[in-house]
Write a protein that binds this ligand. Structure first.
Ligand code: 8YV
Length: 311
């Protein structure tokens, strides 16, 4: 019998195709054509930006699985899910390389001012001017906030650039050789590039605020490939305007995809549209893992990748 599921955020076409081929009936949360469908839906599917709150769950009495196609699931009220006996799954591991690749790309982009240099050539400025010298990235100090899968992968790449690596996270790790700092502010004070790689959610909200940015200082760069919520964005914008840090390279923002016009106008930023995992290979692997979680759930097999709170 075809299972009825509901998408709670837009899904890529290949994911929809795979779901249909696997015989799922997919309802769209924003355009529910059949009001009776709500009571038939037994699983929700969405991307890392999906919002699944108590209100939505109350409307869907038979939902028992929330399958997130993304490693982050900060939009899901996991406690509310657990209270209702709903399991949450996500897609860790398969996107680690891509996210770390983009983090290093952003370090190089902001440090070497690659987008600005591109604009300089396109504008014809090279004809009668020289592009200003920047500082060397190889050998510079990088501080990683979060030493999970993605943090470690960024460190591995930074090591290949001979960068001096340090990090912070809840507790020092015994299996990494990098210098540990107790707080984000202490870490920021010691580095040229501060890279944010922690999950979103209440526990990390505005973790990078005024004191961290002050510690980073006017020669330091902030890179965020995690969640917009981890950085106090209005404070960051003001700090950038006042040139109290050297620059920021951001893949994630508050209120995506609406970007603060002030941020868009700043010359000392590099902005990308939440593309850290956006390669064909990785998005397909994420879709496949999401489908595996759904299929395992309906076939009553062990779920491949439940979130840690549901393990
Ligand atoms: C995308 C992400 O937002 O995995 C995450 O947490 O932020 C991204 O990979 C998204 O979930 C893609 O489907």
């Amino acid at each position: 019998m075809a299972q009825e599921i509901m998408q709670v955020s837009p899904l890529p076409p290949f994911m929809m195709k795979a779901l249909q081929e696997a015989d799922f009936i997919v309802h769209d949360h924003t355009h529910i054509k059949d009001p009776g469908a709500l009571s038939k839906v037994t699983a929700l599917i969405g991307t890392g930006s999906a919002k699944v709150d108590k209100k939505l769950l109350t409307m869907l009495p038979h939902v028992k699985l929330v399958a997130i196609c993304g490693v982050g699931y900060d939009g899901v009220d996991v406690e509310a899910c657990k209270e209702k006996g709903i399991v949450v799954t996500h897609t860790p591991g398969v996107l680690t390389d891509d996210v770390a690749d983009l983090a290093m790309g952003l370090v190089l982009s902001i440090g070497r001012r690659i987008p600005q240099a591109d604009k300089f050539v396109r504008n014809g400025d090279w004809v009668d001017d020289q592009f200003a010298l920047v500082h060397k990235v190889s050998g510079a100090r990088i501080g990683i906030v979060g030493m999970g899968r993605i943090g470690r992968s960024i460190a591995k790449r930074a090591a290949a650039f001979d960068m001096r690596i340090s990090y912070t996270c809840r507790e020092a790790k015994t299996d990494v050789p990098y210098a540990f700092h107790q707080t984000v502010t202490q870490l920021a004070a010691e580095v040229d590039y501060l890279v944010v790689a922690v999950p979103g959610g209440d526990s990390t909200k505005n973790m990078v605020g005024a004191s961290v940015l002050k510690a980073l200082g006017n020669k330091g760069y902030l890179i965020n490939i995690a969640r917009g919520s981890v950085v106090d964005q209005p404070v960051l914008v003001q700090t950038l305007k006042d040139k109290e840090i050297a620059g920021a390279a951001l893949d994630v923002f508050w209120d995506e995809p609406i970007i603060d016009p002030e941020l868009r106008r700043l010359p000392n930023v590099v902005l990308t549209p939440h593309i850290a995992s956006a390669t064909v290979e990785t998005r397909q692997a994420m879709a496949a893992l999401t489908l595996s979680n759904l299929q395992a759930f309906y076939e009553r097999r062990a779920l491949p990748t439940p979130v840690p709170e549901c393990q």
